[in-house]
Ligand binder design. Structure first.
Ligand code: LLP
Length: 431
């Protein structure tokens, strides 16, 4: 199986040791499941690897955009994780969950004045300024409050991560960050250092997401450390923090490689240490911002099969009771997934079909070319694996479909963390 929390017993699919058919029956479908123990295991793996390989001060920050709801922030607090946030909305949810925002880093390429004030009101630890306008805006708000605001600068190291175009962000022409290659990164450093109400703590980069490329993070780290040394030499400023962003890929199918967190972190640490030695630098405090690799395989979506349509000589469709509203990644990226017929796990998969949703749009596809048992039919339970990242957080109400609930699985027990939206929720803002 693609992840060790997926098992089969008597022809039935189990997730985190729990019977998916019973879960579907108890909570209804579509249903997001989250394996809490897996989330915690990943947080601990990152924390331990950082401690071992980067030493004191280094920290992994959970990238909230991958999945964001109150219970998850409580878990992040308990696991002593930092977080990154990208909007006032994420700040609000984190705060509601009691997360101490002094351990939060505020990203985004276009923070409004209201966002900046809101983040300061809630005691945000760090801003990550994308461009010089943002530095100006943060400086102005900090001056108004008579505070000195800690800040990192998002830079683009000019590395192509070889992932989907839509989620590659570290290239020079990116919407995000200031480019080292064009000299804009240096300009923004000089500008920021001259601001009285902003304390420049370091640099940040994020090369892309779902990255498997062998030495992508190592190369980014080297470019960033060379820049750090260059700024020391030219402007006498040695940044104490270097944040290398998120991006490690996860296994959506058996064809995807398995990345071991410890090994990957140790490889980056080695590249950082080697570069520091060559450049005569002390190792800065290294941060990374894993999102997907913490929550993706802790997630599974359960659907109930409805119509099975066979178009002789063309293709077959298996429709489920969810849609692109709760599973947008295929429509956006043609992202691959593993689909399993949870109640017929011991039957041969000899029937090829497109698994589709019930939204009014031809592109509403969960997955194409799925092999399922030929007996697939109404009331079967279909599971889509590895849906813990960028599913709930990207879900919409297209076609006025209520969002599924999130049920947490922990130590053989389960509980609702996010309740199912009701029809009333769908018009609660209508006046
Ligand atoms: N840090 C920054 C600044 C980021 O922009 C991102 C992702 C992360 C961390 C976390 O990256 P991760 O470890 O999750 O790969 N919606 C897309 C992914 C967009 C990612 C954007 N930034 C998807 O569903 O694949």
């Amino acid at each position: 199986m693609i992840c060790d929390n997926i098992t089969v017993k008597d022809g039935v699919l189990y997730f985190a040791g729990q019977n998916t058919l019973e879960l579907a029956k108890q909570y209804g479908t579509p249903l997001y499941l989250m394996d809490e123990d897996k989330v915690r295991e990943k947080c601990r793996a990152y924390k331990k690897a950082f401690e071992t390989h980067f030493g004191p001060g280094a920290q992994p920050l959970f990238a909230s955009k991958a999945n964001c709801f109150k219970r998850l922030y409580e878990i992040m607090t308990e696991e002593e994780m930092g977080i990154d946030v990208v909007s006032s909305g994420e700040i609000y949810v984190a705060k509601k969950a009691g997360f101490d925002l002094s351990h939060a880093y505020f990203h985004s390429n276009n923070k409004t004045d209201e966002d900046i004030a809101y983040a300061m009101d809630h005691g945000i630890g760090y801003f990550v300024a994308d461009n010089v306008e943002e530095v100006k805006a943060v400086e102005a708000e900090a001056a108004k409050r008579g505070i000195k605001q800690k800040l990192l600068l998002r830079l683009t190291p000019g590395i192509d991560p070889h992932t989907y175009e839509a989620i590659a962000t570290g290239k020079v022409d990116s919407k995000f960050g200031s480019a080292i290659e064009t000299g804009q990164a240096e300009e923004i450093v000089v500008y920021t250092l001259a601001q009285p109400h902003v304390e420049l703590m370091g640099y940040h980069c994020h090369v892309g997401s779902q990255v498997f490329g062998e030495d992508i993070f190592e190369r980014a780290a080297v470019v960033m450390l060379e820049f750090l040394a260059d700024m020391r030499d030219k402007h006498g400023f040695t940044a104490p923090v270097l944040d290398l962003g998120g991006g490690y890929g996860v296994r959506y199918t058996e064809d995807d490689p398995y990345l071991d967190i410890e090994t990957k972190v140790s490889e980056v640490a080695k590249a950082c240490k080697d570069a520091c030695e060559r450049l005569g630098l002390e190792l800065p405090e290294i941060h990374m911002e894993p999102g997907r690799s913490i929550v993706a395989d802790a997630g599974m979506t359960l659907y109930t099969v409805g119509t099975v349509k066979k178009i002789p000589g063309y293709k077959n469709y298996v429709s489920v009771d969810g849609s692109m509203a709760d599973h947008i990644r295929f429509a956006l990226y043609k992202s691959k997934y593993t689909c399993l017929l949870a109640n017929k796990m011991d039957e041969a998969c000899d029937f090829e079909a497109s698994v589709v949703g019930r939204a009014c749009e031809s592109g509403d596809i969960i997955q194409e070319h799925v092999m399922l048992p030929s007996s697939v039919g109404r009331y079967d339970t279909l599971a889509v694996c590895t849906t813990g990242a960028y599913h709930y957080s990207m879900a919409s109400n297209y076609n006025r479909l209520p969002k599924p609930p999130i049920v947490m699985l922990r130590g053989g027990e389960n509980y609702v963390a996010v309740r199912r939206e009701t029809f009333e929720d769908l018009c609660k803002n209508d006046v």
